[in-house]
Design a protein around this ligand. Structure first.
Ligand code: DX5
Ligand code: ZN
Length: 219
């Protein structure tokens, strides 16, 4: 049983013209990680930012920087994101050709390894590599945009991930991403999730610090 409970605000919904201030506000609320959503316009139908922004985030905070790569063929860019200061690099099961190789590549750079699965992808597909990862990111929306509704069956997937972790006697963190807010976070926490990514429910509010505090109280 991994009892860690972390909040990871996603800067996808932040005011990027004020990045340092926005990060400061979530830090004041007790945020644990800063989550960066990297989108390539191919794997997902949206484009965001690259290693340059991760480097800027790195300069703004001492918190771990959690980089979620929603890009095809991520191996090409893993070195750049590692050098930009990522603490966790997460690749999508659906976007890589050779997952075992991608995991090794991330480890070669001394960065913690995450693997993410889309809502339609079963947890069981990860059983062969499960002992090699530090983080399993379960998408609870179809990746690409902030502000979407939580997909209910993600709860079952979190429970399956908890079981897979126990069965393999390992201790990777289980992270959930998409539609996390005051109404959904408790259920997700009860299912055994460790790391809660939240974008719009933190940054699209009148009081960013209070929003983090409120979420933290529910986990
Ligand atoms: C979606 C991204 C998320 C996004 C979540 O593809 O991976 O990290 O920021 O946004 P919310 O919390 O608004 O659902
Ligand atoms: Zn994300």
């Amino acid at each position: 049983m991994n009892k860690i409970k972390y909040i990871a605000p996603s800067i996808l919904s932040a005011d990027l013209s004020n990045l340092a201030q926005q990060i400061r506000l979530v830090e004041l609320g007790g945020a644990n990680w800063i989550h960066c959503d990297i989108m390539d316009g191919h794997f997902v139908p949206n484009l965001t930012f690259g290693p340059i922004l991760v480097k800027a985030v790195r300069k703004c905070t001492k918190l771990p920087v959690d980089v979620h790569l929603m890009i095809e063929d991520p191996d090409k860019f893993i070195p750049q994101f590692a050098k930009a200061g990522a603490d966790y690099l997460t690749v999508h099961y659906e976007a890589v050709h050779h997952l075992d190789r991608s995991i090794s590549l991330i480890k070669d750079f001394g960065v913690k390894v995450g693997v993410s699965i889309n809502p339609a992808t079963p947890v069981s597909l990860l059983k062969n590599i499960i002992k090699k990862i530090d983080l399993l990111l379960i998408m609870s929306v179809n990746p690409g945009f902030g502000g979407q509704s939580f997909i209910e069956y993600s709860i079952n997937k979190i429970e399956e991930a908890v079981k897979l972790r126990e069965d393999n006697n390992t201790d990777f963190l289980i992270e959930v991403d998409g539609g996390i807010n005051n109404n959904t976070i408790e259920l997700v926490s009860d299912a055994g999730c460790n790391v809660f990514v939240a974008g719009s429910s933190i940054f699209e509010t009148d009081n960013i610090t209070a929003a983090v505090i409120e979420l933290k109280q529910k986990i």
